[in-house]
Design a protein around this ligand. Sequence first.
Ligand code: PGA
Length: 258
Amino acid sequence: MTTTRRPIVAGNWKMNTTVPEATVLAAAVRTAVDGVHGVEVVVCPPAVSLVPVHAVLDGSDVGLGAQDAYFEATGAHTGEVSVEMLASAGATYVIAGHSERRARFGDTDDWVSRKVRAILSGRLVPIMCVGETLDEHDAGQTDAVVTRQVRAGMAGIGAHEALSVVVAYEPVWAIGTGRPATPEGANETCGTIRAVVADLFGAAVAEAIRIQYGGSVTPANATSLFAQPHIDGALVGGASLVAANFGAVVSAAAARHG
Ligand code: PGA
């Protein structure tokens, strides 16, 4: 299968790095990916570090993302941050529906959908996460779960908007466990996701939309994951906290592209 999809590798720093640590890591990432072409590179630091990291990345090709957003524009929502606020801090991507948000902070399919729509309305790029738990995986429900999550998360958006959505397939059992999905298994589920997108928005959108794999991606397994036709990059957690490792994952994506 030939594809013109531009790979996208995003680092999800989660709740790691103080502000000074985030700027040091961002500078190291900037250096590590300098000269790598053909890959969209994004770092997603904690919200408090968006502004200083944006300054560190100024003039580079490394994009800036937030880890979450609330879907309301303004108002009495103590502790939450709106899409417009994130954009004003320099973010151009926002992760929506990460499994940790779904499992621990009550993000439902409906909330993920509202967040995706809010992110699109703000003209930012949603990185929408889907993926099954270990119980669902063992019960053979993977396709049913990701189909439900993709349909729900992309509800109410048009084909043109869908084109800019990045879907991250992250099996919950593979996140932070050092036990990634097999490349073939990840590819199969990313193919299922692409088929759902085709059903919702047509074949052209399905062919163009980027689908990342996430869950224990490292320099050691990135090349075999990116060799799969439906995997267009990665959402990287732990390995994104070490600039050399993240840079190596980005290079693996560039090699696939080239
Ligand atoms: P991990 O996290 O790479 O540490 O498994 C991935 C993620 O949660 O996005």
